[in-house]
Design a protein around this ligand. Structure first.
Ligand SMILES: NC(=O)c1ccc[n+]([C@@H]2O[C@H](COP(=O)([O-])OP(=O)(O)OC[C@H]3O[C@@H](n4cnc5c(N)ncnc54)[C@H](O)[C@@H]3O)[C@@H](O)[C@H]2O)c1
Ligand SMILES: [Zn+2]
Ligand SMILES: [Zn+2]
Length: 364
């Protein structure tokens, strides 16, 4: 064992929407095939906020049952150090005691039809750290089950930068879904953590032009530093017209939607050229309502969904380790565990200047 492990720890516990509490609970003891991780950093995600605010996707409504569970510790964007586990676990994950890891947020069952066909990220039971089946990382320690997928991350990165492997791999999957070609004009809507990561991922594919859209100037500055060639502030200019002007009136080849705002859906359909590709990555709080005949009769678009970051983790970790992102300026705020509520509130404050807010249990 690399370090001594206490019997109890501080952990955030979900009692229901709007009711998350910091509690003293037992440190989990790893069973056969399991590992214990000391949490170094956990990012707070837009999805954490939607769960906190009681969105139906998490807590159910008349059409669907609840998916998130009460009594869980939230937090699915994390990095930490392995402090305990048996040989079976170390061999299975190809890690050693003392290694730093980040895990994919899905904990696949490896038995359902999707898992068996290799599409583990769409696993039918859909257990996820911090939401369903397994406790997440807003705690001092976290259990890593055998079913989880762990990736080694360099200890040279700051903890919050290592934890950014999760949103980065997600956005890179959206980029892969877009099947970007060298001659493409690619528009990415939203310059939050996901949009900025999609810009960095698209830059690696090196299309002709990457255009970033947002309404916050500071985020557009970051978008340029992530690799956008052109940025448009949609509150100041008519982005659809600007993009038409840049493309001889045709429109963009690819649109990746990463805003979470329904208004960005119609915007994408409008600015794409005929036969263009639309990739949807957002999780919406409010329903988007658009004219679907644009997709069929007008433009014959390819409309694709994207979920999580399958097959992108090693590449995402490499981008971080190679220092390809302005990560110091993306990871804007770090809080100790005691101030988790402030961290949640900051992510919820859309007028605020935060990009990626993280909780570092080691700070407090
Ligand atoms: N599909 C998945 O697996 C998955 C995983 C993680 C996150 N997400 C979702 O991805 C979305 C983006 O996440 P994030 O953390 O970057 O969110 P964020 O809220 O931090 O960033 C969204 C950005 O979009 C900008 N914006 C709002 N309306 C716009 C418009 N019409 N055009 C251009 N920009 C606009 C905002 O100013 C903000 O900067 C969220 O909906 C999130 O829930 C999906
Ligand atoms: Zn997330
Ligand atoms: Zn499965």
């Amino acid at each position: 064992m690399s370090e001594s492990i206490p019997a109890t720890m501080r952990a955030v516990v979900v009692h229901g929407p709007g009711d998350y509490r910091l509690e003293q609970i037992r440190v989990p003891v790893p069973g056969p095939g399991e590992m214990l991780m000391r949490v170094e950093a956990v990012g707070v995600c837009a999805s954490d906020l939607k769960c906190y605010h009681g969105a139906a996707k998490f807590w159910g409504d008349e059409h669907r049952p609840a998916w998130a569970e009460k009594g869980r510790t939230p937090g699915h964007e994390f990095a930490g150090t392995i402090v305990a586990g048996d040989e079976r676990a170390f061999r299975h994950h190809n890690v050693a005691d003392g290694d730093r890891i980040a895990c994919e947020q899905i904990v696949p069952c490896w038995e359902c039809r999707y898992c068996r066909m290799g599409a583990y990220w769409m696993c039918a039971p859909h257990d996820m750290f911090g939401f369903k089946g397994f406790d997440g990382a807003m705690a001092e320690y976290m259990l890593v089950p055998e079913r989880a997928i762990a990736h080694k991350v360099s200890k040279d990165l700051a903890p919050q930068h290592a934890a950014f492997a999760e949103p980065l791999s997600c956005a890179m999957h959206a980029v892969e879904r877009a099947d970007i070609h060298f001659n493409d004009i690619v528009v990415i809507a939203g310059a939050g953590p996901i949009g900025l990561s999609a810009i960095a991922g698209a830059r690696e594919k090196n299309p002709l032009k990457i255009i970033a859209l947002d309404m916050v100037e500071e985020k557009l500055d970051l978008a340029a530093r992530c690799g956008a060639d052109v940025t448009f502030n949609i509150s100041r200019v008519d982005a659809v017209q600007q993009i038409k002007d840049l493309t001889e009136g045709y429109g963009a080849d690819v649109y990746i939607e990463a805003t979470g705002h329904p208004s960005a859906v119609a915007q994408g359909l409008d600015l794409l050229r005929k036969l263009g590709t639309y990739v949807e990555y957002s999780v919406f709080k409010d329903q988007a309502s658009v004219d679907w005949s644009i997709i069929s009769d007008d433009k014959e678009l390819n409309v694709l969904g994207a979920h999580l970051g399958p097959h992108c983790w090693p590449a995402a970790i490499k981008l971080l380790e190679d220092g390809k992102l302005p990560i110091e300026d993306i990871c804007t705020h770090q809080f100790p565990l005691e101030k988790f509520q402030q961290a949640l509130d900051l992510v919820g404050d859309s007028s605020g200047d935060s990009v990626k807010v993280s909780i570092l249990p080691g700070l407090g």
